[in-house]
Design a binder for this molecule. Structure first.
Ligand SMILES: [Zn+2]
Length: 175
């Protein structure tokens, strides 16, 4: 459990980003951790953030609820996902571009199941289930991958990976 509040994102290469995160057993310290994570997510314009991205190897992530349309927000009873797992995934996969706060400036195309059903717990340990499609399904899968030490660049179509330079130009990117 976190001894101190995280104050910064960690980047690719940090051990927490490449490890299998531990299940959450003690929910009490999570409030401070999720508040710090939410703040970092907002500061860095993220749509989701997972605990390993702040160096905490715990099965916990959150999504930026306010960035989704109202009908999706209504389904999102909790924006905090603790000990989440996918219980159903569509056979159909779709490709779309992704980026990640842990690999800043890099984007690439990732194929993922179009629809998933996820079971999770809230910040207070209450179990819930959500059926997601579109962007939410993609974000939930991206964040869950973080808990298994997988980054989107590990799954992206290699030749689509590119870096957005500060001057606005794009260049191919290789891990
Ligand atoms: Zn990410």
């Amino acid at each position: 459990m976190p001894a101190t509040q995280p104050s910064a994102l960690v980047l690719r290469g940090h051990p927490a980003l490449h490890a299998h995160a531990d299940p959450v057993k003690d929910f009490l310290p999570l409030l401070a951790l999720t508040q710090a994570m939410r703040q970092l997510m907002e500061t860095h314009d993220g749509i989701g953030i997972a605990a390993p991205q702040v160096g905490e190897s715990l099965r916990l992530f959150l999504v930026a609820k306010e960035l989704f349309p109202p009908e999706v927000q209504n389904k999102l009873l909790s924006d905090v996902f603790v000990n989440a797992k996918i219980v159903r995934r569509s056979f159909k996969r779709i490709k779309d571009e992704e980026g990640c706060l842990s690999v800043p400036g890099v984007y690439g195309t990732v194929a993922r199941p179009e629809r998933i059903t996820m079971e999770s717990q809230t910040l207070s340990g209450k179990k819930f289930r959500i059926a997601a499609s579109g962007l939410l399904a993609r974000v939930l899968q991206h964040e869950l991958d973080h808990l298994d030490g997988t980054l989107f660049i590990d799954k992206a179509v290699r030749e689509t990976l590119h870096e957005l330079l500060p001057d606005g130009t794009l260049q191919p990117w290789n891990p």
